[in-house]
Design a protein around this ligand. Structure first.
Ligand code: ADP
Ligand code: ZN
Length: 220
């Protein structure tokens, strides 16, 4: 068998709830050292720690709006400049979200491909409004599509869990996030298609990809 590439620079793209997080953890099994860079996670982490960046982002996140580019782009440029990225590449999740961010990313780094996770809007709505996670180990569940085997108990670590949404996972905010996604996605997809870096994956069913699927998709 050929030796697999150990470095790949992927933009994961798709609407909220398309399974970007799940897909990233599957990539990690094959490329354990690749940094998974999620702008949403970085913002939430900063919010939790009440950093200046978090406080700036809060008012936008609470409404389901995009944090302004001047904040977001610098934050991503900073993260992509780190040593682990130079060595192993990245899975970028949640960025770029605007054409302006797309052009900024091109200035910051080359990418090998943009992976589009394709799902329709009804499926997404169910997934997101039902999702919750275990506070002890982070395992993700869904009230409608993926409940724990025993109600109230985490399958993975056995801790007690209850259905509790992320604060921006309510119906009104979700509508804004999906509208914003649809408006912004088109030109970004077109941009990468033109560069022949677009690759689509059907993500309507919960992603259960084998190692081989992933190796093929990422051209490792
Ligand atoms: P979603 O569940 O909508 O995919 P994320 O977890 O990626 O959301 O992000 C949560 C929030 O963080 C967004 O609603 C937005 O306010 C902010 N955010 C994340 N990524 C970006 C970005 N690239 N540009 C601007 N704002 C962002
Ligand atoms: Zn758990």
């Amino acid at each position: 068998m050929n030796k697999l590439k150990t470095k790949v620079r992927v933009v994961l793209f798709g609407p909220p709830g398309s399974g970007k997080g799940t897909f990233s953890s599957q990539i990690k099994k094959i490329l354990p050292e690749i940094p998974h860079i999620s702008t949403g996670d970085i913002f939430r982490e900063n919010l939790k720690n009440e950093t200046p960046l978090g406080l700036k982002a809060k008012e936008f996140m609470d409404k389901g709006e995009l944090v302004p580019d001047e904040v977001t782009i610098d934050m991503v440029a900073d993260r992509l400049g780190k040593e682990d990225v130079k060595e192993h590449g990245f899975i970028l999740d949640g960025f770029p979200r605007t054409l302006n961010q797309t052009e900024a990313l091109t200035q910051i780094t080359d990418v090998d491909l943009l992976l589009l996770l394709d799902v329709n809007r009804d499926i997404i709505t169910k997934r997101i409004l039902g999702r919750y996670s275990c506070k002890s180990c982070g395992e993700i569940f869904n009230k409608y599509t993926l409940p724990p085997k025993v109600e109230g108990i985490c399958d993975k670590c056995g801790a007690e869990i209850k259905f509790e949404q992320r604060s921006d996972d309510n119906e009104e905010t979700l509508k804004n996030r999906l509208d914003a996604y649809e408006k912004n996605a088109k030109p970004i997809i077109k941009y990468y298609k033109k560069k022949k870096l677009l690759r689509k994956v059907n993500a309507e069913n919960t992603l259960k990809l084998t190692e081989n699927d992933i190796i093929k998709i990422l051209e490792l």
